[in-house]
Design a protein around this ligand. Structure first.
Ligand code: ADP
Length: 279
């Protein structure tokens, strides 16, 4: 049976450090979270951020906007938070309703307050840090999900440098940044997506397999091989409030060397990474 890569254990390892850093700040760091609409899964993700933020001594200001909010209204709200010196970080909970362009919305966030690390400037810094395998520059904010994936690999001492890493999913917000950070850490990366032919053949060749497709059950026993590390980034909400990863966990765990569960894998560590970025 595969080693269980427990994201909650990794998160708790950082928790004490974050509590100390908040104490040293001398004031409560404030994270503003904007939720547009009331999707059940978004409410759940937001409540996890509020809970963790409070647990480390921070403050999370939740701003709920109607699903019908216009781009101009949302933009105004973000600009106000950019100006507000008491606010240290800003997150817009995704997904957004289809009438709002996610990239236009994200670009409104002040890159210094972009704790999700998704503004063009922060993604560009990720690129520019690649060549010499340098550490990411001090002022760059690494996308929280990618940071969560790396923290889990590092905590469980899974080597990245020189390894073959396959990332399933090429989105600008999740799969892409994860692949870039793995590349920056010296992995040889392959990025798969909907047009990839013979997905199973490619994924089987990975030493580190990361799935960020948002497609429950995509990675089956036929897609993996013994000894691999499998990181499941998928978090697809079901009808009853349950969350589903991309990986058919029970059958895959019998074959691979190590695997993250869903829930309790990348999710908790991504939340923690937001606060590492905030501080
Ligand atoms: P997110 O922002 O959470 O990454 P997206 O829907 O924007 O979500 O991106 C999903 C990614 O996963 C896309 O790059 C898509 O090509 C990939 N993907 C989705 N389904 C499959 C599939 N069945 N096989 C391979 N790749 C897939």
């Amino acid at each position: 049976m595969a080693l269980n890569l427990d994201g909650r254990v990794v998160r708790d390892r950082f928790k004490g450090e974050l509590i100390e850093r908040v104490k040293k700040l001398g004031g409560q760091p404030v994270l503003a979270v904007i939720q547009v609409g009331s999707l059940a899964a978004s409410s759940l993700f937001v409540s996890q951020k509020v809970k963790f933020g409070e647990a480390i001594g921070g403050k999370v200001n939740l701003i709920n906007l109607s699903a019908q909010v216009t781009f101009a209204e949302l933009q105004n709200q973000i600009l106000k938070l950019n100006q507000d010196s008491s606010v240290r970080g800003i997150i817009v909970q995704l997904p957004l309703p289809p009438h709002l362009d996610v990239f236009d919305v994200i670009e409104t966030i002040d890159p210094k307050k972009d704790v999700d690390g998704l503004t063009a400037i922060n993604l560009k810094k990720l690129w520019t840090n690649l060549p010499a395998g340098r550490q990411v520059r001090g002022d760059a904010i690494i996308p929280a999900t990618a940071c969560g994936v790396l923290s889990i690999l590092d905590f469980y001492k899974i080597p990245i440098e020189g390894k073959r890493a396959v990332v399933v999913g090429r989105s600008n917000l999740v799969g892409g940044p994860i692949a870039l950070t793995l590349l920056g850490r010296g992995a040889t990366i392959t990025i798969c997506h909907r047009k990839t032919l013979n997905l199973a053949e490619v994924t089987k060749g990975a030493e580190i397999l990361v799935s960020a497709a948002g497609h429950p059950g995509l990675i089956t026993k036929n897609h993996v091989s013994p000894g691999q590390t499998v990181i499941d980034v998928g978090l697809t909400p079901g009808l009853d409030g349950a969350l589903f990863g991309d990986v058919a966990h029970a059958e895959v765990a019998k074959i691979v060397g190590a695997i993250t569960p869903v829930p309790g894998g990348v999710g908790p560590m991504t939340v923690c990474s937001l606060f590492l970025n905030l501080l």
